[in-house]
Design a protein around this ligand. Structure first.
Ligand code: B12
Ligand code: SF4
Length: 500
């Protein structure tokens, strides 16, 4: 192996190159109509720059090929972001490509999925995986490299143990105070700003006001990584961030409006400072919204349009219980009412279990009609790496590719068989407003859209039409003949957590 672990060449003047890889799979789900900035790396860039390092961020979805940056930046460290499990293979391919052209440069991988489940990333092309917040972990890696110290002395990183597993260097994780890096270094992504969008909301800016979630939904990898803790940015820092960005904002927080008094104080301060946006999208829970309409009232003046994305998940209380959602459909009905009364757009997601029969789909459709939930999406129940559910389901997984962990592929045989399952799944999607042959035609989408965004919207909407065609899913239905998750690459690394 080359690189830091084997004492590869190190430079004293640290220039870090941070890369957002190109996901191969943006054919299904949110990836079809969202293009979002790599906020995590902008925070890491800010942390590194505060320590006197130089940084280049390249969003490879829109930037020049990676070789250009290696050649022009001469980086002393390369960081690759691995946010979604579905991007695992692309991250590994990118690491191998960099190692080939520049064998001496240390390569670290970080981001949500890597921190939640480091095992697949610890190939010979990756020197370490950061399991702590990148602001602290990458700064510590850079410092170790500058001082010529080995990475096994850096807290918050996981290293291959040479025996198909890994070990984590002891140290605190997920305890960094978010205000230690008050504002992200957004100038690094300025060249691609107009590429970042959610449908016609363009350019869109991503803002984080809190990190983590105290709930325990069985399918979710967030709470398990953050150990159910929530950290908050100070009101001053969030207001400064809001003031510094444009008019269309997606809030990254997993649970908006959590900690009511702080949320209310933040809304009041934004209003007091005269900060008002055109559009905001926030994510929250139905029980929280149903219980606290006053929070929605407090936030209402902050933007002309506000959409709330609810984790709706199920149309029955039994369905919610089976996902450990700790809420009820009564709260769903109440939250939808509260949000609509206060002129919030209601969006969200339902989870569809491969174990479902026809009547389960029918129950969902009736629920959607009853509450007019046509702006919702539908995902297939997926055991995400880093969850207990993944460990439990691992022996049943027949998936061969990480790209299929996009919540739109079947990872094991469904009860109805794949043909019927996907027919009904697509029938469900056809009920959504994304269906251009359904309740919201293209001309309705175009109303009020600025001409400069029209083509962009058209292309995004065209991509979403795949969601409604069973043949697209069936073409990619590909399970190993025997249900062994080990068919995934790299084969031997999917054996569960091997932390020592
Ligand atoms: C924004 C977002 C998106 C954006 C994309 C963002 C982007 N830049 O590309 C959009 C809306 C497109 C999206 C889509 C999807 N998403 Co998403 N998304 C998020 C969200 C809400 C916020 C991420 C974020 O920016 N957080 C704020 C920044 C500051 O934190 P961060 O990214 O984690 O960065 C920190 C560390 O991770 C680390 N770090 C980050 N990058 C790097 C790089 C290096 C080198 C290092 C060392 C460290 C490091 O340091 C940073 C600072 O501490 C997260 C939830 C979450 N809280 O993470 C879900 C989340 C990541 N998404 C998720 C899912 C499931 C999806 C979809 C599959 C959903 C769907 N229905 O289709 C799609 C897949 C899209 C696709 N096909 O590619 C899951 C991931 C599950 C998994 N394990 O794979 C999450 C965790 C949500 C959840 N509650 O389950 N998503
Ligand atoms: S409420 Fe949302 S972020 Fe929190 S555990 Fe459940 S799905 Fe995850």
């Amino acid at each position: 192996m080359t690189g830091i672990l084997s004492g590869g060449t190190l430079t004293r003047e640290m220039h870090a190159l941070l890369l957002r890889p190109v996901p191969r799979n943006e054919r299904f789900g949110l990836g079809t109509f969202f293009r979002i900035e790599p906020l995590g790396m902008e925070y890491i860039a800010a942390a590194l720059e505060a320590r006197g390092h130089r940084v280049t961020v390249a969003d490879l979805r829109f930037a020049r090929p990676v070789e250009h940056y290696i050649r022009t930046c001469h980086p002393g460290l390369v960081g690759i972001a691995a946010m979604h499990a579905l991007e695992t293979d692309e991250v590994l391919v990118l690491a191998a490509r960099i190692r080939r052209v520049a064998p001496g440069i240390p390569i670290v991988v970080g981001g949500h999925t890597a921190a939640a489940y480091p095992a697949p990333f610890l190939t010979p092309d990756v020197d370490a995986v950061c399991v702590d917040d990148g602001e602290r972990a990458v700064a510590a890696v850079a410092q170790a490299l500058e001082r010529g110290r080995p990475l096994r002395a850096v807290p918050g990183v996981a290293l291959a143990n040479g025996d198909d597993g890994y070990w984590t260097v002891p140290g605190e994780t997920a305890t960094l105070g978010l205000d230690e890096v008050p504002l992200p270094a957004r100038h690094h992504v300025a060249p691609w700003r107009r590429q970042y969008a959610c449908l016609a909301h363009r350019p869109t800016w991503l803002i984080e006001t809190t990190r983590g979630c105290p709930f325990r939904c069985s399918f979710c990898s967030i709470w398990q990584l953050h150990e159910r803790h929530v950290r908050e940015r100070s009101i001053g820092a969030v207001c400064d961030d809001f003031a510094s960005v444009g008019d269309h904002i997606f809030v990254a927080d997993d649970l908006f409006w959590y900690h009511g008094s702080r949320s209310q104080a933040l809304a009041h301060e934004l209003v007091r400072r005269g900060i008002r946006k055109q559009w905001m999208l926030v994510q929250s829970r139905v029980d929280l919204v149903a219980r606290h309409p006053e929070l929605l009232e407090a936030w209402r003046p902050v933007a002309a349009e506000i959409d709330v994305f609810f984790g709706l998940e199920a149309a029955t209380n039994e369905g919610l219980q089976s996902l450990d959602k700790d809420t009820t459909v009564g709260y769903t009905a109440e939250a939808v009412k509260v949000a609509r009364t206060l002129a919030y757009g209601v969006t969200g997601n339902f989870v569809i279990d491969p174990a479902w029969h026809e009547d389960d789909f029918e129950r969902l459709w009736a629920f959607i009609d009853r509450h007019a939930l046509y702006q919702t999406g539908f995902t297939i129940l997926t055991p995400l790496p880093g969850t207990e559910y993944f460990e439990q389901m691992h022996p049943r997984l027949g998936a061969r590719q990480w790209a299929h962990f996009d919540l739109h592929h079947l990872l094991w045989e469904p009860a109805l068989g794949p043909e019927r399952f996907f027919e009904l799944y697509c029938e469900t999607w056809r009920r959504s407003v994304l269906n251009l042959r359904g309740r919201k035609r293209f001309r309705h989408w175009m109303r009020g859209v600025e001409w400069k965004n029209a083509l962009f919207l058209l292309k995004a909407l065209r991509r979403t039409q795949r969601l409604m065609g069973p043949k697209h899913y069936l073409a990619e239905y590909d399970l190993a003949p025997t249900a062994v998750g080990a068919a995934l690459t790299p084969a031997t690394r999917l054996q569960g957590r091997l932390t020592q």
